[in-house]
Design a protein. Sequence first.
Length: 667
Amino acid sequence: MALNPHQQEAVDTLDGPLLLLAGAGSGKTRVIIHRIANMIRHGIRPENILAVTFTNKAAKEMKERVAELLSQEQAQKVTISTFHAFCLGVLRKYIQHLGYGRRFSIATEGYQKGLVREIASELKLVGEGCDPYLWLSKISLAKANLQEPEDMANQDFPRAEDAAKIYRRYQTRLKQMDLLDFDDLLTLTVKLWQTEPDILETYQNTYTHLLVDEYQDTNYVQLRLMVLLAGKNANISVVGDDDQSIYGWRGANLGNILDFERFFPGAKTIRLEQNYRSTNTILKTANALIAKNLNRKAKTLWSQQGEGEKVIAVRCEDERAEAEFVADFLYDRVQDRRWNQFAVLFRAGHQSRILEEVLRSKRVPYVLVGTNSFFQRKEILDAVSFLRIIANPKDDLSLKQVINVPPRGAGDVTIDTLNNLAKITRIPMAELLNNPDFLAKIPAETANNLTRFAEVIGKAQKAFAIPGELCEKTKRLLDDIGYINGLVKMYKPREDALKRKDNVLEFLTTLAEFDEANNNRATIQDYLEQFDLQDANDRRRDSMKNQGEAVTLMTVHASKGLEFPTVLVVGMEQGLFPHQTAIDEGNLEEERRLCYVAVTRARETLVLSYAERRRIANKVVLKRPSKFLDEMPQELVEFSTPKKAIKPPTQEEMSDFFAQLRKQFES
């Protein structure tokens, strides 16, 4: 399919700053890969091109599609990466300039929470208003804005000074253990480039042409990265849609795209408004809705897909009636479709409970996207923790997670003793397992067990120092530790333990596949980096990969980037969508953008439902329809009830159905 005129203009603009405003379904990825190919055809060397995006899957898809236009060899020379993976590569080379060791590890979200919980306990910041997740969220937002603990202490939110104390100690402890969290990958790269201009210049000379995908989701630190890297030449093109900026709550800065021309003077702006996904009725509905936002760059989506059917808005008595309607509607429409062509979207995760209950009772196959992936199960995280200790002996968090897995008699008293000694001596816990002072303070049997544990770890570190055979080495490590057979002792009933054992064996298979993919030359550090950089979006799509014949249930946030022939959005009520928190905090425009995202997921059929009353905290509350329903063109919306929305089959349809049934019976 040929590029449309605006797409072609973007592809032909090779130098200088370019803002590509790509509306929903406008073929932005196609433009990006054609633009990369066109650069190379015009003499720009592949190794001088850097394209950054937000998910590993998107980066992999871009590289594959560039190879289709050019060659595998040329595509491999182009750096196509996520922000975090790119910065990880920078820091692996130069982080010693910031006082860290090159063997640093990445702290997962679970480890971060554990560390913050431990620090809060030390500072006696526990109880009401001291949720570790909230502390961590504040720290993450501060890092996204390149703010130090001192900056946080002066901010206007409850317990800001306490949050700053936790932030300061959290960062100190991470550095002591040679650990970086995901935010550090970005912030430390900015710090490195700002303090080491020679290193920055090396990267500026290497990457002369930059492309940034999903630019509306970037935060301040990502903006700084691109401003520094682009330098004076500013050969940077960004692709995004301000109308789909829905992650302000986690630091995304809408101003990055709205003020692009201020950060990169002389920028050219091109709008992609032709949609290749939805009917014009759906697009007109979306256009009218988002036009109510004042803080945006105007664009109007249109398509050649025809007008299509009206949007259906269904009034239900309560949340159970709504779920019943959803199930009945799915059954009604699935006759000439497949289950996986339907998606049910909701604003808040708790809405899935009643939907799941009713869909199960009516035997509607569904998959709930966003549940924990295989790699988030405890037995897998424990196995990975053993590998983290091998890769980074300073990783005290990983050691504490598995020091008593399987049980070695190392209870809270033993761990506290080890922890206190580590603080006094500033020696990593793994090195203290053989320390005479420590062993003398704990029971003899526990001391013998931990001495044996330390010997196994030391032996494994020597084995893993040689690249390759990661699967065999890991299995040997887990056998020597007694982990695989110990699962039967740790988990009851036996069936649960055997399932977990199967999961660990499957985990070993992933290591074998990693060995094979890397010609048996990879290090354990390589594997852990790949494991840690698997982001939420990748896990979301993995959970959908094998859904087969099932309806997709997911939050609107999780649906971004996806599309379905038929989309049902439930809970279109004031206080739910838009959410009451957003209303109270004055974030109505982001809620409207979120609704816009929900609407534009539909290709052919869009159904919006709402309840007249809903049970909240065991109280029945009367609800008002969402104001977003009022903002949609009334001539394009058919307001209905469950009975009217599910039309009975016509006589002709019934005759066809029985004819097909008779034919099947006869055959």
